[in-house]
Design a protein around this ligand. Structure first.
Ligand SMILES: C[S@@+](CC[C@H](N)C(=O)[O-])C[C@H]1O[C@@H](n2cnc3c(N)ncnc32)[C@H](O)[C@@H]1O
Length: 311
């Protein structure tokens, strides 16, 4: 699939790609690589996702694209630092909270960027496909769902749109994220109310007494000083046999990534050590790379893990 072929196969995706190229023509080479080898099934899935992203963006698609471009620039700077030092720039949650999560001027465009990356980054699109089909689709009827760090709100909206989901909560440390999640649910016409709360996952007291059948932390563990403790919290929050969806990018420098996982296996081992049984793993290299190549050059790999709490 090459870009000129998109319109017939995927009209909404084609509209978004054209709008991106309009504002950022230099991104064509990357987008060519992203969609060049896409299968017909992958393209159909991208078109569905494009419909959701377009609905959330609404009249603000231009702003969302500018946020995406800004985010790509920030990540490029972090990548240069990572290649020079082998480390992420920041290591303390407090620093990131002050500079990013608590600053709407920084957080809002960043969330726009992450939203569009769900479509335009191969590893993100593949991960959300697994979340929809294999994770949500495998949950028991009447499941109670919690997402930590819903950010732009797309994943939480998919849970709330699932008739098998009885209730859904989205807890995030950033007021900007909670606002964006609420907006996304409204723009997608989700008629159900979500329990949206300002919570730091490191605050163990915030979770006492809660219990869920379905737990999600997508692109969150690498934002924590102690992801091992967060996984233990998830295990305590899990009802017997509850399922957990994790998406954790390894070797993935970003301004708010503070915990460096160097291999997908390190995430799997930590999940197991917290008490979960591994049900499924998928290691998804970033756009244009094979998994072998990504491992060899320490490029980003999204480690998707579906796990189960003890019965
Ligand atoms: C990269 S975004 C992920 C958004 C979405 N889940 C996804 O997969 O695209 C990370 C989110 O985690 C939130 N977050 C970071 N640290 C957190 C913490 N300690 N407790 C709760 N939420 C946190 C951020 O505010 C942000 O909304």
């Amino acid at each position: 699939m090459i870009l000129p072929d998109l319109p017939a196969a995927a009209p909404v995706l084609a509209r978004i790609v054209a709008a991106v190229l309009d504002r950022w023509p230099e991104h064509r080479g990357y987008l060519d690589r992203r969609f060049r080898d896409e299968t017909p099934e992958g393209l159909a899935s991208a078109e569905t996702l494009a419909g959701l992203v377009a609905a959330i963006a609404g009249d603000d698609l231009g702003r969302v694209i500018d946020g995406y471009r800004h985010m790509c620039g920030m990540i490029n700077d972090e990548e240069i630092h990572f290649r020079r030092t082998g480390r992420y720039r920041l290591s303390s949650f407090a620093e990131v909270e002050a500079a990013i999560y608590a600053d709407p001027a920084c957080m809002a465009p960043y969330l726009d960027g992450i939203l569009l990356s769900q479509l335009l980054w191969r590893n993100h699109a593949d991960a959300i496909g697994l979340y929809r089909r294999r994770f949500l689709g495998g949950n028991r009827p009447g499941y109670r769902h919690l997402e930590i760090g819903p950010g732009h709100g797309l994943l939480l909206a998919l849970a709330l749109a699932d008739p098998a989901c009885a209730a859904a909560a989205g807890w995030d440390v950033s007021a900007t994220s909670l606002g964006r999640t609420a907006d996304a649910l409204a723009r997608l016409g989700i008629g159900r109310v979500a329990d949206l709360r300002a919570v730091d996952v490191a605050d163990r007291d915030a979770f006492s007494g809660a219990s869920f059948d379905s737990l999600v932390a997508s692109e969150v563990l690498e934002h924590l000083e102690r992801p091992d403790l967060a996984l233990e919290t998830f295990c305590r929050l899990a009802a017997p046999g509850a399922r957990l969806f994790l998406n954790v990018p390894v070797n993935s420098p970003a301004p708010d990534h503070i915990f460096l996982f160097e291999t997908p296996e390190a995430v799997v081992d930590m999940t197991r050590a917290a008490g979960f049984a591994i049900e499924h793993t998928a290691f998804l290299p970033s756009t244009g790379l094979t998994l072998d190549r990504a491992r060899k050059i320490a490029a980003t790999i999204s480690a998707v893990i579906i796990a189960r709490a003890p019965d």
